[in-house]
Design a protein. Structure first.
Length: 267
């Protein structure tokens, strides 16, 4: 692109090209297309994350949901930086005040610094969030398309009853890192079949399915007079949660009450 406008002119023409570099049509085209490309990438990332979130809720019970949450935060943060950089770049063409441009540049640098510090702290305090999900995993609706949406039969109902009996008697949900793969191994079912049982026939995401058992267990522990000296934090870890925030969110979702309110009402 630069050959006819740069290499095809004399030294004075080359100097003039550099003196007005930002205002050359080639430069403006490249800058515009680079930002268009970045915006398209951001939109595609949000699309992929939405799909990953669906797979996560259908296959994992705990920390993977936090992984997706922080990836959304990461993309939102970087999108804000992109918009600010975009604003800074196009301000060069309309803002003549040098102080205003310098202020925008300083804001971009500060925001990038905050973003970098946040990223480092996340890596230090929660290294597990960098674990991923397998690219071979698919959402249940994709599995249903290949299975031609199999109908619910008596055999399916028997398997659901057997699964619920297993969950109540052996309580695998007490493991905070329970996944649909590990549960499939325990109940001796193919992971695809177990995923269909829970996510399609029972009609719940694996994440919610497991957390419901955990909350019911927590409710029993909170009502038990023998546990009056136990703190809510001790109980939440005992029933399979690994953070207070996720426990409180799940508890309120299933009971419309906070753990503290439930404990008081049970007295």
């Amino acid at each position: 692109m630069l050959i006819p406008r740069f290499y095809g002119v004399d030294a004075a023409g080359k100097e003039a090209y550099f003196n007005n570099y930002l205002y050359n049509p080639e430069t403006q085209f490249v800058i515009t297309m680079s930002y268009v490309q970045s915006i398209v990438y951001k939109v595609l990332i949000f699309y992929v994350l939405a799909k990953a979130r669906k797979i996560t809720l259908e296959n994992f019970s705990s920390f993977y949901a936090n992984n997706i949450k922080w990836l959304f935060q990461l993309n939102i943060f970087s999108a804000i930086i992109l918009l600010l950089v975009l604003f800074k770049t196009f301000s060069k063409f309309v803002v003549e005040d040098a102080e205003s441009l310098n202020f925008i540049r300083i804001m971009v640098v500060i925001l990038v610094l905050i973003f970098t510090c946040w990223l480092i702290l996340k890596a230090l305090y929660k290294p597990e969030i960098f674990r991923g999900i397998k690219t071979t995993q698919k959402p249940v609706n994709a599995i249903l398309e290949t299975e031609n949406n199999p109908p619910r039969t008596e055999k399916v109902d028997e398997k659901i009853q057997s699964l619920e009996k297993f969950m109540l008697e052996l309580k695998p949900f007490l493991n905070p890192n329970l996944t649909i793969q590990s549960l499939a191994n325990k109940v001796d079912l193919p992971v695809t079949e177990l995923s269909l049982l829970i996510n399609h026939y029972i009609g719940k995401h694996f994440f919610d399915y497991v957390n419901e058992y955990r909350i019911k267990e927590a409710m029993k522990e909170l009502k038990d007079p023998r546990n009056m000296k136990m703190t809510i934090s001790e109980i939440l870890y005992q029933v399979g949660f690994n953070s207070k925030s996720s426990f409180n969110t799940a508890f309120k979702k299933f009971t419309s009450m906070t753990p503290s309110e439930f404990r008081k009402s049970a007295d």
